[in-house]
Design a protein around this ligand. Sequence first.
Ligand code: PLP
Length: 330
Amino acid sequence: MNVHRIEIARLPTPLEALDRLSEELRGPRIWIKRDDLTDTIASGNKLRKLEFTLARALSEGADLLITCGGLQSNHCRSTAMAAAKLGLKCHLILRGSPPVEADGNLLLDRILGAGISYVSSETYQNIDKCIADVERQYPGLNPYFIPVGASDETGLWGYIECCAELKTDFVNNDIEPQYIVCATGSGGTQGGLIIGSALYGLPSEIIAFNVCDDEAYFRNKITTDFRLWEERYDTPIGTGDLSINVIGGYVGPGYARATKPVFDTISRVAQLEGIILDPVYTGKAFDAMLQEIKNGYFVDATDVVFIHTGGVYGNFPQRDQFDFQPDRNL
Ligand SMILES: Cc1ncc(COP(=O)(O)O)c(C=O)c1O
């Protein structure tokens, strides 16, 4: 089966060296792949996946996109944005109760005109019923459901093809990073990188820090996505021998909730390098990577690439968690 793609992300994204931070750490040189710059509003990893997901939806004649996630889902916001850009309707099934004030991603979902249904965690468990209920609200439209995070056999292509870009980045910077590190939340970024690294012959092992669930969950999810990918497409490689490396133990108080050190790391990276991470995904994974550098996990590495998968709007609803310097009166 052919792979369809539309161009909605601004690619390639830059690969930048974090020289000041690396010097402070006295460990490997840390690089950051700026996938927070795939767009302004729709920025982040989801746009890479949506290039393939939405091409499939369009090829199937869809004019209504339905997707789901948490109240502050970056994926839902990116989908709402992409739908508006393509002239499609969009409906989001969000887990949680309607907040008094829409903030962060939710505010953008509202501005972008997405239809929204707030559902309890229990109702969300039966997502098929939620989808059917939404579909009934749009008679005459042809719906296409995008699974959480656009992480399925089609979304995998986003980060498979990112590896072609990384290969060029590595040649241009004359580096052979031993590791590529990312946050894993629904498995599609990690899964795509694993296949892409093998396909494009990158020298790097893919390491992911889970921000929810546990290692076993992600191994299982990614193995399933790999199987479906091989079933659906004429795949250029097999996935049987690929290793899925997830480092657990860094979820902290729960999904979308972070400890103080994570917020401190977000501030430190912002102030040292001018790069904004987020408390739900990238800040948590980056902080975990720093801890593992201290623990010696990356001891053999000269270069490590962190994939900045976006998420900046997740900082806004958690503004109270940051320690800011006091303002100065003049
Ligand atoms: C900013 C950000 N980073 C990382 C992830 C995790 O990526 P994935 O869902 O592909 O595992 C997500 C979404 O889940 C995200 O929104």
